[in-house]
Ligand binder design. Structure first.
Ligand code: FAD
Ligand code: SF4
Length: 515
């Protein structure tokens, strides 16, 4: 622990960002930077607790050695901080930017003071490591002769591929999109995660020996995640992968968007799943800086975003950058409390009201937070001047009350029409969107997810494993990395009889198996 009194001397200063009214003029990252002294002060706030809840359940899912690198940053030993960080996290440049930081919710200082800015420090360490040239391809010094196929190139597939390659296996990643990265590439928008950072990491993995095959649709079938028909993809036969490889990891995500098919007017033009909007925007941005026009344009439109999570926020931020006329984010939920309540005890998720980047931008541009709570969508209504196109949303207000310890909502009968020439459904995902792959591999599924135990990752079919959102349902990048690392260890064990690959929760597992 660098400075015993640090937490009393310095206030929390999370990662700064560019002013909202400036950054909405472009799609560059929203972040600004702290200077080195500020980061050292923030590191000094860490109390190096005897039991570091931040780095164990329910904190960081990959067991990042948080108090260690907080102390190293305080002392100015950035290279060692990077070495410690890279022991547990394959991609800190992604989590340091967009992880919701369950570690900070679990920070002991957070019980009665603002938590340590763990995520900002993580981001600063990895950015510095890249600038200094400390991050280099990790080419294994021997090859085992074993071959592993990874299907899907999101954070779960990439983390597994990285680990398996380090263990000396020959890894090929098959991706149906034209670019590698999964939702890191075509889900999370550029202003939250620059796509150059994803490509930089993929280049390192390629140099380390991993083979990437794009436009490769394993099992065929149409994607439901916004890319549409995938005309240029080559269909790969799952049986071929089973014949040619010693193990196959399914890391295909949970990309089937939840819909509102039952609502009147769903078929009107101008009503889209959020992923159609976000996917096409990023692809057009990368292909042509939006000059090819192959995206859904919100310019001049009143936009309604249904759903209050990360995806909804990303739709708000994107619509504002397109130059929408207004943006309203409706959610059935009640507004979160300002302080932790009895339903959200420490050290679990705080569940408090939070202003994300898109909300701040909406407030700066339109003088009001875009969020409206307790609103139930009832119907998409046709624009009388434009037959076939949506013009309004009909909604009903809900009343939320807590009864017998449970929150319940009741419709109030207050119905109104909101102008909406573009409606985006960001109400979650129901599971994988690749039924033909699942059918051809013959793996067991449940609720749209492939069945496999966490920590084991073996499916019902020999040699076939599953990790990430396809196994646990739509989740977070840090969980995808955790699952990719865990699956890599399980595969390595099965291929070699034992494994030295580290995986999350391993210390705990080893201790309990040792009795
Ligand atoms: C808009 C949006 C914003 C988000 N923001 C955040 C955030 O801020 N922070 C956070 O932690 N998490 C966020 N998430 C969640 C996070 O992105 C996911 O949990 C994570 O990417 C899941 O990783 P994965 O590797 O399991 O799958 P994915 O990233 O979904 O990757 C799966 C890949 O498999 C490919 N694939 C599927 N089927 C096939 C097939 N048959 N053949 C070949 N390839 C196939 C897909 O094309 C895709 O590239 C966000 C999600 C969305 C949608
Ligand atoms: S990966 Fe997420 S949970 Fe883990 S230390 Fe970083 S911000 Fe915290």
């Amino acid at each position: 622990m660098g400075k015993p009194t640090g937490f009393m001397e310095y206030d929390r200063r999370p990662m700064p960002s560019r002013p909202p009214l400036v950054r909405i003029g472009d799609f560059y990252e929203i972040y600004a930077r702290h200077d080195e002294q500020t980061l050292a002060d923030q590191g000094a706030r860490c109390m190096d607790c005897g039991v570091p809840f931040c780095q164990s359940e329910p904190g960081c899912p990959i067991d990042n050695l948080i108090p260690e690198w907080n102390d190293l940053v305080y002392r100015g030993n950035w290279e060692e901080a990077y070495r410690r960080l890279s022991l547990t996290n394959n991609f800190p440049e992604f989590t340091g930017r967009i992880c919701p930081a369950p570690c900070e919710s679990a920070c002991v200082l957070g019980i009665n003071e603002p938590a340590v800015t763990i995520k900002s420090i993580e981001c600063a360490i990895i950015d510095r490591a890249f600038e200094e040239g400390w991050v280099t391809p990790e080419v294994p010094d021997h090859r085992t002769g074993k071959k592993v196929a990874v299907v899907g190139s999101g954070p779960a597939g990439l983390a597994a591929a990285d680990q398996l390659n380090k263990a000396g296996h020959s890894v090929t990643v098959f991706e149906r999109d034209d670019r590698i990265g999964g939702l890191l590439m075509y889900g999370v928008p550029n202003m939250k995660l620059d796509k150059g950072l994803v490509e930089r990491r993929v280049d390192l993995l390629r140099e380390a020996g991993i083979e990437f095959v794009t436009n490769a649709n394993v099992g065929g079938g149409k994607s439901d995640c916004g890319s549409g028909e995938l005309p240029e993809t080559k269909v790969i036969d799952p049986q071929q992968l089973l014949d040619d490889y010693d193990a196959v990891l399914l890391a295909c995500g949970a990309l089937k968007g939840r819909d509102l098919e039952e609502l009147p007017g769903r078929g009107l033009e101008g009503v889209h799943l959020a992923m159609e909007y976000l996917y096409q925007n990023t692809k057009s941005l990368l292909d042509s800086e939006l000059k090819d026009g192959h995206y859904i344009d919100a310019a001049g439109k009143d936009v309604i975003v249904i759903g209050g999570g990360d995806t909804g926020t990303d739709c708000i931020g994107t619509a504002i950058r397109h130059g929408c006329n207004s943006v309203t984010n409706i959610t059935r939920r009640n507004r979160e409390p300002d302080q932790r309540d009895e339903d959200h005890p420490w050290p679990g998720p705080a569940g408090t009201f939070y202003v994300d980047y898109g909300h701040a931008e909406g407030a700066a541009k339109f003088d009001r937070d875009p969020r409206q709570y307790g609103i139930l969508p009832k119907a998409f209504v046709e624009d009388p001047d434009k037959p076939g196109r949506v013009g309004f949303m009909e909604v009903e207000h809900l009343d939320w009350q807590k009864q017998d310890g449970r929150w319940t909502s009741t419709p109030t009968g207050k119905v109104e029409r909101l102008p909406a020439q573009l409606v985006l459904l960001a109400i979650g995902f129901t599971g994988h969107d690749t039924p033909t792959l699942i059918q051809q591999f013959g793996v067991d599924t449940e609720w749209g997810q492939v069945k496999a135990e966490y920590g084991d990752f073996r499916t019902s079919v020999d040699k076939v494993y599953a990790a990430g959102d396809i196994r646990r349902g739509a989740s977070l990048i840090v969980w995808a990395i955790a699952e990719g690392r865990g699956a890599a260890r399980a595969i390595d064990e099965d291929l070699m009889g034992h494994s030295d690959l580290p995986a999350p929760g391993m210390t705990e597992a080893l201790m309990s198996s040792a009795g």
